[in-house]
Design a protein. Sequence first.
Length: 316
Amino acid sequence: MPIIPAGVRGARITGWGSALGHKVVTNNDLAATMETNDEWIRERTGIHQRSIGGTTAELSIASGRAALEMSGVDPASIDVLVLATTTPDRTVPATSANVQNALGLRCGAFDVNAACSGFVYALVTAHGLLAMGAQRALVIGTDTLSRIVDWTDRNTAILFADGSGAAVLEATSGPGQLVSWDLDADGSLEDLLFAELGENVQMNGKEVFRRAVRIMVDSATKTMQHAGVTADQIALIVPHQANIRIITAACERLGVPMDRAAMTIEYTGNTSSASIPLALFHAADAGRLKQDDLVLLVGFGAGMTAASALLKWGAL
């Protein structure tokens, strides 16, 4: 992807919020309904529990409202809402329309579907709109995958869950937080992970694992190269929370130790578009980020898509 041109107006995150599904489902809960057990799930995925319940709009409204409150901005001052989701509540209209109305926004609103890479896609898109003159954007990543999971299928039911993460972006006079980025897709691999309209998600787990590590590393490497930085300069990596083995393998290949990885998969499961913002904002709330830290977001998703972004935390 192109390097951000000199002189382009940037943005920074001034508020964030999170929301999870209403019901906690433990591994033992799943073991009561299918042939599995807590140890088997934890060893293969890193997941101990996940939350399900609520619509995509409901969770988006909750995280979006929290982000707006933290930023202290008037909802009417938001110029655009970008909602990343692969599980809209309706075919038409976009779920972002419902969210926009509920939050009291008076702006353009649209959905982005890049599956689990969606939040980074939306984040980069919002930066482009801010560079073109918008002052404030609300970016949300939400998925309610429990609605498209076969809860008798051990290959998928143990992984997927519901959640949402939102961020308010405000334009700055300088370059802002976004240092470099990469968006990618390989449509020839769409049959590895898909859901037909009205049907449940289907996944070739072994092939997804093999491809996911490769494309995450490729995207993250390109983003670091665009910025002229190396892995040892990354203060925190925020990977898509898909599977602990995928995350570990990708971090090893990138040369980023796991103690510098933001992790929430243990209690959130795979929340698709929500997973990167949930992990990022959990790390921020926990005090793991300081001014000017380099933060690398990287994910992959059905399509197969890939996306990464390097942020300079708190930069003006």
